[in-house]
Design a protein around this ligand. Structure first.
Ligand code: ZN
Length: 471
């Protein structure tokens, strides 16, 4: 260990310095050897803690090369679970096995009498053991539900459940209770800290979840700082009265105005380029959304509004104009944002919450969906040029909460949209008053790497350093 490169956001550059003993101890304690890059505190501004916490408890089946390999992974997890409890997995993909769906026989033979539910990589299919079907009350004469299917082979249930047919088994496997939720919040927060983050914004809490986070904070148990938004859906505007916390704060309400590009649910003005006749769908009437935003501001809360398509963004802008929320409103995603919408966002004083890593993940299919609108998609620098404050996140667990990937995506974007180190780090800064004293992230630089050239971020692993070991 020779040198630590520290980034000074005010000066906008890296500075090298010889490592002092306190910092050296912290870096080596975090498993970092060789030259190291040390960053200002980083925040993930859009994610879902409970969902991440529950996936962390499931067996990762992604990349299984056969159904038997998936079963073996589930069996090693089952060996660690208490007898009688559910074994959960996610991430199998029969396209990697020749295309044929699996059968419950494979699960039953290796894990007799064990309730197993393993979800497909896209979450639209489940693979259940016989005991799982029994606990869900599913028998051979079951009827397919509206919007779902129980797959059969020669008339017999295979245990593969499509879409809404998954629901009874999901319901039977669901663990509830405060201890479960606490455990999942804490494991998600620890995971984020292990990725080098000092805090995160949760985009979809129920009031009882906010109470749990507040209680964990008051007990001094939160390993990172958390800002939360309550999920406003089904016409309700939830709120909960909580004492101000040291590591947890409730900021406002989260609204959805459309779906996502991957499933063609994002609301566009023109048809999807690869699906004539389809333009996605809006989830609100503009007047109702404006009224909900106005009431949110009157309640002293902020609003975070999901808008992915250009038509959804336009609706949010119209509603924001009526509600006069200014910087109390942040647009989540803004994935298709033509110049005129960006200018209007700036005039209204709104903020933008963006996920640069989606550009990397969606690169294979997004251009076909959007056609010439791709020029307006996944923009970053266009918002900054208009004077719109940026917040970066990953939408974990849809993406890994990996700050290295967020920075890499922002720094290596196409000409006109790429950011500088200072701009990208500024978009990852903690919210005012929270997380500024949190851990510092550090990453090992490959030998001879130039910290100004972001390509070393590919595959870089960030670790959190205690703040008192900082340079
Ligand atoms: Zn989200």
């Amino acid at each position: 260990m020779n040198t630590a490169w520290t980034f000074d956001p005010a000066a906008g550059r890296w500075q090298s310095r010889t490592v002092d003993p306190a910092l050296r101890g912290a870096l080596e304690g975090a498993g970092l050897h060789g030259d190291t890059a040390v960053f200002p505190p980083l925040w993930d501004h859009h994610g879902h803690l409970l969902w991440l916490g529950s996936l962390l408890e499931q067996t990762d089946l992604r990349g299984s090369a056969s159904a038997l390999e998936a079963v073996e992974r589930l069996a090693s997890a089952a060996a660690e679970t208490a007898p009688g409890s559910w074994v959960r997995g996610f991430g199998w993909d029969q396209n990697l096995w020749g295309g044929e769906f699996p059968d419950r026989d494979l699960l039953d033979r290796r894990l007799p009498g064990v309730p197993v539910l393993a979800n497909r990589v896209d979450g639209h299919a489940g693979w259940a053991s016989t005991e799982a079907l029994r606990r869900a009350g599913i028998s051979e004469d079951v009827q397919d539900p509206q919007g779902g299917r129980f797959l059969r082979r020669e008339g017999r249930l295979t245990g593969v459940l499509l879409d809404r047919a998954m629901e009874p088994v999901e319901e039977a496997a669901r663990e509830t209770g405060r201890e479960v939720l606490e455990r999942r919040f804490l494991s998600a927060c620890s995971h984020l800290r292990s990725r080098g983050l000092c805090g995160a914004t949760d985009m979809g809490l129920e009031p009882e979840h906010a109470e749990i986070l507040s209680r964990l904070d008051r007990a001094g148990r939160l390993p990172i700082a958390v800002v939360g938004y309550l999920w406003a859906r089904d016409g309700r505007l939830p709120s909960v009265d909580l004492p101000p916390g040291k590591m947890f704060r409730l900021a406002g309400r989260k609204f959805f105005t459309d779906g996502a590009l991957g499933s063609r649910g994002a609301a566009l003005f023109e048809d999807y380029s690869d699906a004539p006749g389809e333009r996605g769908h809006l989830l609100w009437e503009t007047g109702d959304l404006g009224e909900a935003l106005r009431r949110t501001a009157a309640d002293g809360m902020e609003a975070a509004v999901h808008a992915i398509g250009d038509r959804a963004l336009d609706q949010v802008l119209a509603a924001a104009e009526a509600a006069r929320m200014g910087p109390l409103l942040r647009v989540e995603h803004a994935q298709v944002a033509p110049a005129r919408s960006v200018q209007r966002m700036a005039r209204l004083g709104l903020r933008a919450s963006l996920q640069p890593c989606h550009r990397l993940s969606d690169a294979d299919w997004a251009p076909a969906r959007l056609g010439s609108r791709s020029d307006d998609a996944y923009g970053l620098a266009r918002f900054l040029r208009a004077g719109i404050p940026l917040h970066f996140g990953t939408d974990f667990p849809i993406e890994e909460p990996d700050p290295a990937r967020t920075l890499l995506a922002a720094l290596t974007h196409r000409e006109g949209e790429a950011l500088t180190w200072s701009e990208a780090l500024w978009a990852c800064r903690p919210p005012e008053g929270l997380g500024g004293s949190g851990p510092l992230p550090a990453a090992a630089l490959p030998t001879g790497a130039d910290p100004h050239d972001p390509s070393w971020l590919r595959g870089a692993r960030f670790a959190a350093l205690a703040r008192d070991a900082s340079p």
